[in-house]
Design a protein around this ligand. Sequence first.
Ligand code: CTP
Ligand code: ZN
Length: 157
Amino acid sequence: MSSATLTVSKIRNGTVIDHIPAGRSLAVLKVLGITGYEGLRIAILMNVESKKLGRKDIVKIEDRVVDEREASVISLIAPEATINIVRDFNVVEKRNLRLPEIIKGLLKCPNPLCVTNNDPEALSEFVKVSEKPLRLRCVYCDTYLNEADVLRQVVGQ
Ligand code: CTP
Ligand code: ZN
């Protein structure tokens, strides 16, 4: 335990995304399309001590829910995150994210010749090859994506 603790109040209503890998909270906000100009009250904690080993980020967003699609994109960059829905100060729902075995329609295959980049009806589809380090394989052309590729696509940089 560190000697100093960074304390942030509980929220009344909204979403707390907890157990985000240290440093990834800004990428999570980007996935949610949150810039700060929406006027939502948001707390971002970065690199705070986790009850488990190591450090984590936490994002608390008042009066905003996270839908299924957003949760599945977040699972690509923060597979161990927990999404807590808070109502009237209580956690009424806790969703543990996990990286699915098959990721459909969320990522783009980097191979320009891949069918998914040429047939407008084809949905991209990747199989999880390994989680740590992250490695995904396109089921159509066997092109691999690594963690940096996924982060770049999801965060758009
Ligand atoms: N939280 C909050 N406001 C609330 C209730 C909870 O900001 N009104 C935050 C807590 O600070 C914590 C997260 O939501 O970061 C999850 O809360 P809770 O389930 O009570 O904590 P834990 O049991 O420690 O969660 P876990 O087991 O997922 O680590
Ligand atoms: Zn492909």
